[in-house]
Design a binder for this molecule. Structure first.
Ligand SMILES: Nc1nc2c(ncn2[C@@H]2O[C@@H]3COP(=O)(O)O[C@H]4[C@@H](O)[C@H](n5cnc6c(=O)[nH]c(N)nc65)O[C@@H]4COP(=O)(O)O[C@H]3[C@H]2O)c(=O)[nH]1
Ligand SMILES: Nc1nc2c(ncn2[C@@H]2O[C@@H]3COP(=O)(O)O[C@H]4[C@@H](O)[C@H](n5cnc6c(=O)[nH]c(N)nc65)O[C@@H]4COP(=O)(O)O[C@H]3[C@H]2O)c(=O)[nH]1
Lengths: 249, 158
Protein backbone atom coordinates (compact mmCIF):
# COMPACT_ATOMS: atom_id res chain seq x y z
CA UNK A 1 0.00 0.00 0.00
CA UNK A 2 2.90 2.29 0.67
CA UNK A 3 3.90 1.21 -2.82
CA UNK A 4 0.88 2.79 -4.52
CA UNK A 5 1.58 6.00 -2.66
CA UNK A 6 5.17 6.03 -3.91
CA UNK A 7 3.77 5.40 -7.37
CA UNK A 8 1.54 8.45 -7.19
CA UNK A 9 4.46 10.56 -5.97
CA UNK A 10 6.76 9.39 -8.75
CA UNK A 11 4.09 9.87 -11.37
CA UNK A 12 3.23 13.31 -10.03
CA UNK A 13 6.84 14.46 -9.93
CA UNK A 14 7.50 13.24 -13.47
CA UNK A 15 4.35 14.78 -14.82
CA UNK A 16 2.36 17.00 -12.46
CA UNK A 17 -1.35 16.49 -13.08
CA UNK A 18 -4.31 17.93 -11.17
CA UNK A 19 -5.64 14.42 -10.59
CA UNK A 20 -2.49 13.07 -8.91
CA UNK A 21 -2.06 16.23 -6.93
CA UNK A 22 -5.63 15.97 -5.63
CA UNK A 23 -5.03 12.36 -4.61
CA UNK A 24 -1.99 13.41 -2.60
CA UNK A 25 -3.89 16.31 -1.04
CA UNK A 26 -6.77 14.12 0.13
CA UNK A 27 -4.38 11.53 1.55
CA UNK A 28 -2.26 14.04 3.50
CA UNK A 29 -5.04 16.49 4.43
CA UNK A 30 -5.50 15.07 7.96
CA UNK A 31 -2.06 16.50 8.78
CA UNK A 32 -3.72 19.90 8.47
CA UNK A 33 -6.28 18.84 11.08
CA UNK A 34 -3.41 18.05 13.44
CA UNK A 35 -1.62 21.36 12.93
CA UNK A 36 -4.78 23.47 12.98
CA UNK A 37 -5.95 21.74 16.15
CA UNK A 38 -2.67 22.49 17.93
CA UNK A 39 -2.63 26.12 16.86
CA UNK A 40 -6.31 26.50 17.76
CA UNK A 41 -5.49 25.24 21.24
CA UNK A 42 -3.80 28.58 21.94
CA UNK A 43 -6.58 30.69 20.46
CA UNK A 44 -9.94 31.78 21.87
CA UNK A 45 -13.12 29.89 21.04
CA UNK A 46 -14.37 32.37 18.48
CA UNK A 47 -11.58 31.71 15.99
CA UNK A 48 -13.11 29.66 13.18
CA UNK A 49 -11.23 26.40 12.96
CA UNK A 50 -12.41 25.78 9.39
CA UNK A 51 -10.54 28.98 8.46
CA UNK A 52 -7.37 27.69 10.08
CA UNK A 53 -7.74 24.46 8.12
CA UNK A 54 -8.14 26.36 4.83
CA UNK A 55 -5.01 28.42 5.54
CA UNK A 56 -3.22 25.18 6.35
CA UNK A 57 -4.38 23.56 3.10
CA UNK A 58 -2.39 26.16 1.17
CA UNK A 59 0.69 25.15 3.13
CA UNK A 60 0.02 21.49 2.32
CA UNK A 61 -0.44 22.14 -1.40
CA UNK A 62 2.74 24.19 -1.35
CA UNK A 63 4.58 21.34 0.34
CA UNK A 64 3.34 18.79 -2.21
CA UNK A 65 4.44 20.98 -5.10
CA UNK A 66 7.88 21.68 -3.65
CA UNK A 67 8.71 18.29 -2.11
CA UNK A 68 11.57 16.35 -3.62
CA UNK A 69 11.24 12.63 -2.82
CA UNK A 70 14.82 12.07 -4.01
CA UNK A 71 16.25 13.98 -1.07
CA UNK A 72 15.27 11.21 1.33
CA UNK A 73 13.47 13.38 3.88
CA UNK A 74 10.14 12.41 5.27
CA UNK A 75 7.27 14.25 3.61
CA UNK A 76 5.18 14.48 6.81
CA UNK A 77 7.86 16.44 8.65
CA UNK A 78 8.31 18.87 5.78
CA UNK A 79 4.56 19.23 5.26
CA UNK A 80 3.83 19.90 8.94
CA UNK A 81 6.30 22.77 9.06
CA UNK A 82 4.91 24.30 5.82
CA UNK A 83 1.34 23.94 7.08
CA UNK A 84 2.22 25.57 10.39
CA UNK A 85 4.03 28.41 8.61
CA UNK A 86 1.04 28.98 6.33
CA UNK A 87 -1.44 29.17 9.22
CA UNK A 88 0.75 31.49 11.31
CA UNK A 89 1.55 33.72 8.33
CA UNK A 90 -2.12 34.06 7.50
CA UNK A 91 -3.04 34.79 11.13
CA UNK A 92 -0.39 37.48 11.23
CA UNK A 93 -1.41 39.03 7.95
CA UNK A 94 -5.07 39.28 8.89
CA UNK A 95 -3.81 40.73 12.15
CA UNK A 96 -6.58 39.20 14.17
CA UNK A 97 -5.45 40.91 17.36
CA UNK A 98 -7.51 44.15 17.64
CA UNK A 99 -5.42 47.27 17.13
CA UNK A 100 -6.53 48.72 20.45
CA UNK A 101 -5.18 45.69 22.31
CA UNK A 102 -1.89 45.81 20.43
CA UNK A 103 -1.56 49.48 21.33
CA UNK A 104 -2.18 48.75 25.00
CA UNK A 105 0.40 45.95 24.96
CA UNK A 106 2.92 48.33 23.39
CA UNK A 107 2.32 51.01 25.99
CA UNK A 108 2.76 48.49 28.80
CA UNK A 109 6.04 47.32 27.27
CA UNK A 110 7.26 50.90 26.89
CA UNK A 111 6.46 51.55 30.54
CA UNK A 112 8.34 48.37 31.53
CA UNK A 113 11.43 49.31 29.53
CA UNK A 114 11.45 52.83 30.94
CA UNK A 115 11.00 51.71 34.56
CA UNK A 116 13.57 48.96 34.23
CA UNK A 117 16.18 51.44 33.00
CA UNK A 118 15.53 53.55 36.08
CA UNK A 119 15.07 50.83 38.72
CA UNK A 120 17.60 48.28 37.39
CA UNK A 121 15.12 45.51 38.17
CA UNK A 122 11.76 44.30 36.90
CA UNK A 123 9.00 46.82 37.80
CA UNK A 124 6.06 45.71 39.93
CA UNK A 125 2.47 45.98 38.69
CA UNK A 126 1.94 48.92 41.06
CA UNK A 127 4.85 50.77 39.48
CA UNK A 128 3.69 50.03 35.95
CA UNK A 129 0.13 51.12 36.72
CA UNK A 130 1.44 54.33 38.24
CA UNK A 131 3.65 55.02 35.23
CA UNK A 132 0.68 54.53 32.91
CA UNK A 133 -1.56 56.62 35.19
CA UNK A 134 -4.11 53.86 35.59
CA UNK A 135 -5.43 51.80 38.49
CA UNK A 136 -4.20 48.32 39.32
CA UNK A 137 -7.53 46.93 38.20
CA UNK A 138 -7.18 48.63 34.86
CA UNK A 139 -3.71 47.18 34.35
CA UNK A 140 -4.83 43.68 35.33
CA UNK A 141 -7.74 44.16 32.97
CA UNK A 142 -5.28 44.79 30.16
CA UNK A 143 -3.39 41.59 31.00
CA UNK A 144 -6.73 39.74 30.94
CA UNK A 145 -7.63 41.20 27.58
CA UNK A 146 -4.32 40.21 26.06
CA UNK A 147 -4.45 36.70 27.47
CA UNK A 148 -8.08 36.16 26.50
CA UNK A 149 -6.86 36.51 22.93
CA UNK A 150 -4.94 33.35 23.57
CA UNK A 151 -1.33 32.66 24.37
CA UNK A 152 -0.59 32.22 20.69
CA UNK A 153 -1.10 35.95 20.31
CA UNK A 154 1.72 36.44 22.79
CA UNK A 155 3.86 33.74 21.27
CA UNK A 156 3.31 35.29 17.92
CA UNK A 157 4.43 38.63 19.25
CA UNK A 158 7.61 36.88 20.35
CA UNK A 159 8.44 34.82 17.30
CA UNK A 160 12.01 34.83 16.16
CA UNK A 161 13.99 32.78 13.71
CA UNK A 162 14.47 34.68 10.49
CA UNK A 163 15.72 31.48 8.84
CA UNK A 164 12.58 30.57 6.93
CA UNK A 165 10.95 28.78 9.83
CA UNK A 166 9.18 31.06 12.24
CA UNK A 167 9.73 29.80 15.76
CA UNK A 168 7.36 30.77 18.50
CA UNK A 169 8.35 30.91 22.14
CA UNK A 170 6.56 27.62 22.71
CA UNK A 171 8.50 25.83 19.98
CA UNK A 172 11.81 27.20 21.13
CA UNK A 173 11.42 25.94 24.66
CA UNK A 174 9.58 22.69 23.88
CA UNK A 175 10.72 19.39 25.34
CA UNK A 176 11.07 17.91 21.90
CA UNK A 177 14.35 18.31 20.06
CA UNK A 178 12.97 17.70 16.63
CA UNK A 179 13.07 18.98 13.10
CA UNK A 180 16.01 19.07 10.75
CA UNK A 181 18.06 22.25 10.54
CA UNK A 182 17.64 25.16 12.88
CA UNK A 183 18.69 22.85 15.72
CA UNK A 184 21.70 25.00 16.54
CA UNK A 185 19.70 28.24 16.41
CA UNK A 186 17.16 26.58 18.69
CA UNK A 187 19.80 25.76 21.28
CA UNK A 188 21.13 29.31 21.07
CA UNK A 189 17.64 30.76 21.42
CA UNK A 190 16.93 28.49 24.38
CA UNK A 191 20.13 29.72 26.01
CA UNK A 192 19.34 33.37 25.37
CA UNK A 193 15.81 32.99 26.68
CA UNK A 194 17.01 31.15 29.79
CA UNK A 195 19.35 34.06 30.54
CA UNK A 196 16.60 36.62 30.00
CA UNK A 197 14.17 34.64 32.17
CA UNK A 198 16.78 34.36 34.89
CA UNK A 199 16.82 38.13 35.32
CA UNK A 200 13.08 38.40 35.94
CA UNK A 201 11.10 38.62 39.17
CA UNK A 202 10.68 35.42 41.17
CA UNK A 203 7.02 34.89 40.20
CA UNK A 204 7.60 35.52 36.52
CA UNK A 205 10.58 33.18 36.54
CA UNK A 206 8.59 30.42 38.18
CA UNK A 207 5.61 30.75 35.83
CA UNK A 208 7.69 30.87 32.65
CA UNK A 209 9.96 28.02 33.70
CA UNK A 210 7.14 25.74 34.83
CA UNK A 211 5.01 26.51 31.79
CA UNK A 212 7.64 26.24 29.06
CA UNK A 213 10.36 24.04 30.50
CA UNK A 214 8.43 21.83 32.87
CA UNK A 215 5.31 21.82 30.71
CA UNK A 216 2.83 22.32 33.55
CA UNK A 217 -0.63 23.72 32.78
CA UNK A 218 -1.70 27.12 34.11
CA UNK A 219 -3.93 25.33 36.62
CA UNK A 220 -1.08 23.10 37.83
CA UNK A 221 1.12 26.18 38.20
CA UNK A 222 -1.70 27.76 40.20
CA UNK A 223 -1.44 24.83 42.61
CA UNK A 224 2.28 25.42 42.96
CA UNK A 225 1.91 29.15 43.69
CA UNK A 226 -1.32 28.88 45.64
CA UNK A 227 -3.22 31.22 43.31
CA UNK A 228 -6.04 30.85 40.80
CA UNK A 229 -5.50 29.78 37.20
CA UNK A 230 -6.59 33.22 35.96
CA UNK A 231 -4.02 34.86 38.22
CA UNK A 232 -1.31 32.64 36.73
CA UNK A 233 -2.59 33.67 33.32
CA UNK A 234 -2.06 37.36 34.20
CA UNK A 235 1.43 36.69 35.54
CA UNK A 236 2.26 34.75 32.39
CA UNK A 237 1.03 37.59 30.15
CA UNK A 238 3.04 40.14 32.09
CA UNK A 239 6.12 37.92 32.00
CA UNK A 240 5.92 37.44 28.23
CA UNK A 241 5.50 41.20 27.69
CA UNK A 242 8.48 41.74 29.91
CA UNK A 243 10.59 39.20 28.03
CA UNK A 244 9.66 40.87 24.79
CA UNK A 245 10.55 44.34 26.06
CA UNK A 246 13.92 43.05 27.24
CA UNK A 247 14.80 41.11 24.14
CA UNK A 248 13.97 44.09 22.01
CA UNK A 249 15.82 46.57 24.18
CA UNK B 1 13.21 14.83 39.96
CA UNK B 2 15.51 14.16 37.03
CA UNK B 3 14.09 10.65 36.75
CA UNK B 4 10.50 11.86 36.93
CA UNK B 5 11.24 14.41 34.28
CA UNK B 6 12.87 11.86 32.02
CA UNK B 7 9.84 9.59 32.28
CA UNK B 8 7.56 12.51 31.53
CA UNK B 9 9.59 13.56 28.50
CA UNK B 10 9.49 10.00 27.18
CA UNK B 11 5.74 9.71 27.77
CA UNK B 12 5.17 13.13 26.21
CA UNK B 13 7.04 12.18 23.10
CA UNK B 14 4.97 9.03 22.71
CA UNK B 15 1.80 10.99 23.55
CA UNK B 16 2.66 13.55 20.91
CA UNK B 17 3.04 10.80 18.29
CA UNK B 18 -0.17 9.07 19.39
CA UNK B 19 -2.05 12.38 19.31
CA UNK B 20 -0.78 12.99 15.79
CA UNK B 21 -1.88 9.55 14.57
CA UNK B 22 -5.20 9.94 16.41
CA UNK B 23 -5.85 13.25 14.64
CA UNK B 24 -4.90 11.73 11.30
CA UNK B 25 -7.20 8.76 11.82
CA UNK B 26 -10.02 11.11 12.87
CA UNK B 27 -9.46 13.13 9.71
CA UNK B 28 -9.61 9.94 7.59
CA UNK B 29 -12.71 8.83 9.45
CA UNK B 30 -14.48 12.13 8.87
CA UNK B 31 -13.57 12.14 5.18
CA UNK B 32 -15.06 8.66 4.78
CA UNK B 33 -18.07 9.67 6.89
CA UNK B 34 -18.60 12.70 4.70
CA UNK B 35 -18.66 10.49 1.59
CA UNK B 36 -21.30 8.18 3.01
CA UNK B 37 -23.44 11.15 4.12
CA UNK B 38 -23.11 12.59 0.62
CA UNK B 39 -24.31 9.31 -0.90
CA UNK B 40 -27.31 9.09 1.35
CA UNK B 41 -28.30 12.48 -0.04
CA UNK B 42 -28.33 14.04 3.41
CA UNK B 43 -26.17 17.01 4.44
CA UNK B 44 -26.32 20.00 2.13
CA UNK B 45 -23.19 19.23 0.11
CA UNK B 46 -24.03 19.05 -3.57
CA UNK B 47 -23.12 15.71 -5.16
CA UNK B 48 -20.71 17.27 -7.63
CA UNK B 49 -18.59 19.22 -5.16
CA UNK B 50 -15.21 17.54 -5.03
CA UNK B 51 -14.33 16.49 -1.50
CA UNK B 52 -11.44 18.95 -1.70
CA UNK B 53 -13.74 21.95 -1.27
CA UNK B 54 -15.36 20.50 1.81
CA UNK B 55 -12.13 19.58 3.58
CA UNK B 56 -12.02 22.65 5.87
CA UNK B 57 -15.49 21.81 7.20
CA UNK B 58 -14.76 18.09 7.41
CA UNK B 59 -11.45 18.48 9.21
CA UNK B 60 -12.32 21.09 11.82
CA UNK B 61 -13.07 20.16 15.41
CA UNK B 62 -16.22 20.48 17.41
CA UNK B 63 -16.12 23.05 20.20
CA UNK B 64 -13.78 22.14 23.03
CA UNK B 65 -15.47 21.37 26.36
CA UNK B 66 -16.53 24.65 27.96
CA UNK B 67 -14.30 26.24 30.54
CA UNK B 68 -11.06 25.40 28.79
CA UNK B 69 -8.69 28.34 28.89
CA UNK B 70 -6.89 29.04 25.61
CA UNK B 71 -3.25 28.24 26.07
CA UNK B 72 -3.79 26.39 29.35
CA UNK B 73 -0.93 24.19 28.23
CA UNK B 74 2.20 25.00 26.21
CA UNK B 75 1.62 23.10 23.00
CA UNK B 76 4.18 22.72 20.25
CA UNK B 77 3.70 21.46 16.72
CA UNK B 78 6.39 18.85 16.38
CA UNK B 79 7.72 16.45 13.80
CA UNK B 80 6.40 12.89 13.89
CA UNK B 81 8.70 10.31 15.51
CA UNK B 82 9.21 6.58 15.06
CA UNK B 83 6.05 5.61 16.92
CA UNK B 84 3.93 7.78 14.63
CA UNK B 85 5.61 6.40 11.51
CA UNK B 86 4.95 2.79 12.57
CA UNK B 87 1.32 3.46 13.46
CA UNK B 88 0.59 5.30 10.23
CA UNK B 89 2.05 2.36 8.34
CA UNK B 90 -0.35 0.01 10.09
CA UNK B 91 -3.25 2.41 9.51
CA UNK B 92 -2.31 2.42 5.82
CA UNK B 93 -2.65 -1.35 5.63
CA UNK B 94 -6.20 -1.07 7.04
CA UNK B 95 -7.17 1.93 4.96
CA UNK B 96 -5.13 2.06 1.81
CA UNK B 97 -4.05 5.44 0.45
CA UNK B 98 -5.55 4.61 -2.95
CA UNK B 99 -8.92 3.81 -1.38
CA UNK B 100 -8.87 7.10 0.50
CA UNK B 101 -7.94 9.21 -2.48
CA UNK B 102 -10.48 7.52 -4.75
CA UNK B 103 -13.26 7.23 -2.28
CA UNK B 104 -16.07 7.98 -4.75
CA UNK B 105 -15.21 4.77 -6.63
CA UNK B 106 -15.74 2.46 -3.63
CA UNK B 107 -18.89 0.37 -3.36
CA UNK B 108 -21.26 1.14 -0.47
CA UNK B 109 -20.19 -2.06 1.24
CA UNK B 110 -16.48 -1.30 0.91
CA UNK B 111 -17.07 2.22 2.13
CA UNK B 112 -18.86 1.01 5.24
CA UNK B 113 -16.13 -1.53 5.93
CA UNK B 114 -13.44 1.12 5.51
CA UNK B 115 -15.28 3.34 7.97
CA UNK B 116 -15.48 0.58 10.57
CA UNK B 117 -11.80 -0.30 10.27
CA UNK B 118 -10.65 3.29 10.69
CA UNK B 119 -13.12 3.83 13.51
CA UNK B 120 -11.82 0.93 15.57
CA UNK B 121 -8.27 2.16 15.00
CA UNK B 122 -9.27 5.65 16.17
CA UNK B 123 -10.96 4.29 19.27
CA UNK B 124 -7.79 2.41 20.15
CA UNK B 125 -5.61 5.50 19.65
CA UNK B 126 -7.93 7.59 21.82
CA UNK B 127 -7.85 5.00 24.57
CA UNK B 128 -4.03 4.76 24.60
CA UNK B 129 -3.87 8.55 24.58
CA UNK B 130 -6.25 8.82 27.55
CA UNK B 131 -4.08 6.41 29.52
CA UNK B 132 -0.94 8.36 28.65
CA UNK B 133 -2.64 11.58 29.76
CA UNK B 134 -3.48 10.04 33.11
CA UNK B 135 0.10 8.93 33.57
CA UNK B 136 1.58 12.24 32.47
CA UNK B 137 -0.84 14.28 34.58
CA UNK B 138 -0.01 12.17 37.64
CA UNK B 139 3.71 12.83 37.10
CA UNK B 140 3.04 16.53 36.54
CA UNK B 141 1.06 16.84 39.73
CA UNK B 142 3.91 15.17 41.66
CA UNK B 143 6.45 17.47 40.01
CA UNK B 144 4.21 20.43 40.86
CA UNK B 145 3.98 19.27 44.47
CA UNK B 146 7.77 19.23 44.76
CA UNK B 147 8.01 22.80 43.55
CA UNK B 148 5.24 23.85 45.91
CA UNK B 149 6.82 22.16 48.90
CA UNK B 150 10.21 23.62 48.08
CA UNK B 151 11.87 20.31 47.19
CA UNK B 152 12.64 21.64 43.73
CA UNK B 153 13.51 25.06 42.44
CA UNK B 154 13.40 26.58 38.98
CA UNK B 155 16.96 27.81 39.42
CA UNK B 156 18.22 24.30 38.76
CA UNK B 157 16.64 24.43 35.31
CA UNK B 158 17.79 27.91 34.44
N1 LIG C 1 -10.04 20.34 25.07
C1 LIG C 1 -9.78 19.04 24.81
N2 LIG C 1 -10.73 18.09 25.06
C2 LIG C 1 -10.41 16.83 24.77
C3 LIG C 1 -9.16 16.45 24.23
N3 LIG C 1 -9.15 15.13 24.04
C4 LIG C 1 -10.35 14.68 24.47
N4 LIG C 1 -11.12 15.70 24.92
C5 LIG C 1 -12.48 15.61 25.50
O1 LIG C 1 -12.66 14.28 25.96
C6 LIG C 1 -13.76 13.67 25.25
C7 LIG C 1 -13.47 12.21 24.97
O2 LIG C 1 -12.35 12.06 24.14
P1 LIG C 1 -11.93 10.63 23.54
O3 LIG C 1 -12.03 9.60 24.62
O4 LIG C 1 -10.60 10.79 22.89
O5 LIG C 1 -13.07 10.29 22.46
C8 LIG C 1 -13.30 11.11 21.36
C9 LIG C 1 -12.59 10.58 20.11
O6 LIG C 1 -12.49 9.15 20.14
C10 LIG C 1 -13.51 10.96 18.99
N5 LIG C 1 -13.16 12.21 18.30
C11 LIG C 1 -12.72 13.38 18.83
N6 LIG C 1 -12.51 14.31 17.89
C12 LIG C 1 -12.85 13.73 16.71
C13 LIG C 1 -12.87 14.19 15.35
O7 LIG C 1 -12.52 15.33 15.01
N7 LIG C 1 -13.29 13.29 14.42
C14 LIG C 1 -13.68 12.02 14.75
N8 LIG C 1 -14.07 11.20 13.76
N9 LIG C 1 -13.69 11.56 16.02
C15 LIG C 1 -13.28 12.39 16.98
O8 LIG C 1 -14.80 11.16 19.56
C16 LIG C 1 -14.75 11.04 20.98
C17 LIG C 1 -15.59 12.10 21.63
O9 LIG C 1 -15.09 13.37 21.35
P2 LIG C 1 -15.67 14.68 22.06
O10 LIG C 1 -17.17 14.66 22.02
O11 LIG C 1 -15.04 15.89 21.49
O12 LIG C 1 -15.28 14.49 23.59
C18 LIG C 1 -13.94 14.51 23.99
C19 LIG C 1 -13.53 15.91 24.46
O13 LIG C 1 -14.63 16.56 25.08
C20 LIG C 1 -8.19 17.49 23.99
O14 LIG C 1 -7.05 17.29 23.53
N10 LIG C 1 -8.56 18.76 24.30
N1 LIG D 1 -0.91 15.50 29.66
C1 LIG D 1 -2.05 15.79 28.99
N2 LIG D 1 -1.99 16.22 27.71
C2 LIG D 1 -3.14 16.50 27.10
C3 LIG D 1 -4.41 16.37 27.71
N3 LIG D 1 -5.37 16.74 26.82
C4 LIG D 1 -4.73 17.09 25.70
N4 LIG D 1 -3.38 16.94 25.85
C5 LIG D 1 -2.33 17.24 24.86
O1 LIG D 1 -2.29 18.64 24.74
C6 LIG D 1 -2.52 19.04 23.38
C7 LIG D 1 -3.36 20.29 23.33
O2 LIG D 1 -4.63 20.07 23.85
P1 LIG D 1 -5.75 21.21 23.76
O3 LIG D 1 -5.17 22.51 24.19
O4 LIG D 1 -6.94 20.74 24.50
O5 LIG D 1 -6.05 21.35 22.18
C8 LIG D 1 -6.66 20.29 21.47
C9 LIG D 1 -8.16 20.53 21.33
O6 LIG D 1 -8.45 21.91 21.16
C10 LIG D 1 -8.47 19.79 20.05
N5 LIG D 1 -8.92 18.41 20.35
C11 LIG D 1 -8.18 17.29 20.37
N6 LIG D 1 -8.94 16.22 20.66
C12 LIG D 1 -10.20 16.66 20.83
C13 LIG D 1 -11.45 16.01 21.13
O7 LIG D 1 -11.56 14.79 21.31
N7 LIG D 1 -12.55 16.81 21.23
C14 LIG D 1 -12.48 18.17 21.05
N8 LIG D 1 -13.62 18.86 21.17
N9 LIG D 1 -11.32 18.81 20.76
C15 LIG D 1 -10.20 18.07 20.65
O8 LIG D 1 -7.27 19.73 19.29
C16 LIG D 1 -6.19 20.32 20.04
C17 LIG D 1 -4.90 19.56 19.81
O9 LIG D 1 -5.01 18.26 20.22
P2 LIG D 1 -3.75 17.27 20.21
O10 LIG D 1 -3.00 17.39 18.92
O11 LIG D 1 -4.25 15.92 20.57
O12 LIG D 1 -2.79 17.83 21.35
C18 LIG D 1 -3.19 17.86 22.71
C19 LIG D 1 -2.62 16.66 23.49
O13 LIG D 1 -1.39 16.24 22.92
C20 LIG D 1 -4.44 15.89 29.08
O14 LIG D 1 -5.49 15.74 29.74
N10 LIG D 1 -3.23 15.62 29.65
Amino acid sequence: NAADLDEVWTRYKDNPTQEDRDQLIVYYAPLVKYVAGRIASGLPQNVDQADLVSYGMFGLIDAITKFDPERGFKFETYAISRIKGAVLDELRSIDWVPRSVRAKAKSVERAMTKLEAVLHRAPTDEEIAEELEMTMDQLLGIYNQISSLGIVALDEMLSFGGGGESLTLGDTLADRQDGPGGMYERVEMRQMLAEAINKMSERAKIVLTLYYYENLTLAEIGNVLGVTESRVCQIHTKAVLQLRSRLQA
Amino acid sequence: LEQLRRIRVECSQVESDISLVRRVSQGRLDIVGHESTRRSGAGGSDADTPVLFDLPEILSDGPAPSGSTPGARAVSVGAPGEVAAELVKSLDTMASPSALSNIETLSDGDLRELFERIRSFEVEMSSIRRQLHERIDAIQSEIGRRYRDGEASVDSIL
